[in-house]
Ligand binder design. Structure first.
Ligand SMILES: NC(=O)c1ccc[n+]([C@@H]2O[C@H](COP(=O)([O-])OP(=O)(O)OC[C@H]3O[C@@H](n4cnc5c(N)ncnc54)[C@H](O)[C@@H]3O)[C@@H](O)[C@H]2O)c1
Length: 350
């Protein structure tokens, strides 16, 4: 039977959900009601979906009071995640939410507790894990073709020096890079390391020529539970080389060689001949999973609702990526290494 979905948020990203991602799943789910505080975007997307007037809401609380649905999708700004997710929990609705879980560690903790108490299934979108290039990169590491993983480098460089180049709200909020962008990259580094971040240290900062009020540069070092070290470099004022969305740079230094992906999206392996010192670089054919990006996570969530396996980016796992992000903010503020494992265990138990 089709799952009924209450969708909260009809703005920039939601438009992509409604028009590009969800139509492929029309045989498994349908949007039965839509919410947005902006009547114009609400009308645009609700018209596209053919929703009747009684299925259109400008107040999510009213929607959660009256709509009968199996799950909700949350595509509102990060500071409007907690309200809808707690409301969903009260109605025992499952949740599929955009990243980050929330814009503060206090809200992440509240969401985790509400979901746990209500025993609902909550999945977080981490679509970058399922870009074909990054999916291929991870498969190389997991196959152990280059032996064991030593350390990882990740780089995001975007020229957002013009105000609103990254959507106006991101230029206004605190910790812009980490909250709206870095959470993807810290999650990716965890994904590649196949582990959790247990400690993080480093800094986030701004420069006078930045178009952001919140911190928009970051440099961090993470230590994973399995001993892998990962370095993250990010900037929203990149005036030179670009490693923008879907074109990030990642490098994994392994026992028997390195694997690299750069802005062209091609995964390359380089190995060194011990005797001659000669380097050999080979391009790796890209693996194409059945679903990519958002659709991979949507498919995984619907499978979970139908009794299948828990998705990799379920809240229970994703809390670790958010803990790394809020640990990063604290590390910068205190100039100290933060114990991310302790942050998580205080919420989920040992
Ligand atoms: N996974 C990705 O690649 C990706 C990319 C972009 C954005 N996102 C995430 O998607 C979410 C939304 O971002 P966006 O770019 O669509 O922002 P946006 O500002 O374009 O859209 C947000 C929408 O939420 C609505 N809204 C705000 N407060 C509301 C409330 N109280 N009740 C109902 N609706 C409300 C706004 O009117 C707006 O239409 C964020 O969590 C963001 O991090 C994810």
């Amino acid at each position: 039977m089709k799952k009924r979905c209450l969708m909260v948020g009809a703005g920039g990203m939601a438009r992509g959900w409604i028009r590009r991602f969800l139509p492929s799943f029309a045989d498994r789910m349908e949007i039965v009601a839509l919410v947005d505080i902006d009547p114009k975007v609400l009308a645009e997307q609700a018209d596209f979906l053919g929703l009747p007037a009684e299925a259109r809401f400008t107040d999510f609380k009213a929607a959660f009071r009256s709509v009968e649905a199996d799950f909700c999708i949350v595509v509102t700004p990060p500071w409007v995640h907690r309200g809808p997710i707690e409301a969903a929990c009260r109605r025992k609705m499952h949740v599929l939410t955009e990243k980050p879980i929330a814009d503060s560690w206090a809200d992440v903790r509240a969401i985790y507790r509400a979901v746990h108490k209500a025993k609902v299934k909550c999945t977080v979108i981490q679509n970058y894990r399922y870009d074909p290039g990054m999916y291929t990169f991870r498969e190389i590491l997991r196959s152990r073709r280059l032996g064991k993983l030593n350390y990882l480098m990740g780089r995001f460089l975007a020229d957002y020096r013009r105000y609103a180049a990254w959507g106006a709200f991101r230029h206004e909020i605190p910790h812009s890079l980490l909250v709206e962008g870095g959470v993807h990259h810290l999650d990716m580094l965890r994904n590649l390391a196949d582990s959790h971040c247990v400690q993080i240290s480093g800094y986030e900062w701004n420069r006078p020529w930045s178009s952001f009020k919140g911190e928009s540069n970051a440099n961090y070092v993470m230590k994973m539970a399995n001993g892998v070290i990962a370095h993250y470099e990010g900037s929203c004022s990149a005036a030179g080389q670009q490693n923008n969305w879907h074109q990030e740079y990642y490098r994994a230094e392994c026992e028997l060689g390195e694997v690299v992906v750069d802005r062209d999206g091609t995964v390359r392996l380089t190995t060194r001949d011990n005797k001659t010192g000669a380097l050999t670089t080979a391009e790796v054919p890209t693996i194409q999973p059945e679903y990519v990006g958002h659709q991979y996570v949507i498919d995984a969530h619907l499978n979970w609702l139908a009794g299948g396996a828990r998705p990799e980016t379920a809240l229970q796992d994703n809390i670790w990526s958010n803990a790394a992000m809020f640990g990063a903010i604290e590390a910068s503020a205190k100039g100290a290494t933060v114990d991310v494992a302790a942050m998580v265990s205080r919420v989920v138990g040992p």
